[in-house]
Unconditional design. Structure first.
Length: 53
């Protein structure tokens, strides 16, 4: 941490945090979209619908 928390512009930090959360959600959604079908094909006999990659 290189800044005193009291001097950080909260508006830009809020926008940056929102952007990072949205980018993480996009990445995770893409990961599920591409890996889950493969999980279903290789684990057809498993009752679990959870894909842990």
């Amino acid at each position: 941490c290189s800044h005193n928390l009291e001097s950080i512009d909260t508006t830009s930090m809020t926008h940056k945090l929102l952007l990072e959360v949205c980018m993480a959600a996009k990445y995770e959604g893409n990961s599920i979209d591409t890996h889950y079908p493969q999980h279903q094909r290789t684990n057809e006999d498993s009752p679990s619908q959870i894909c842990t990659m």
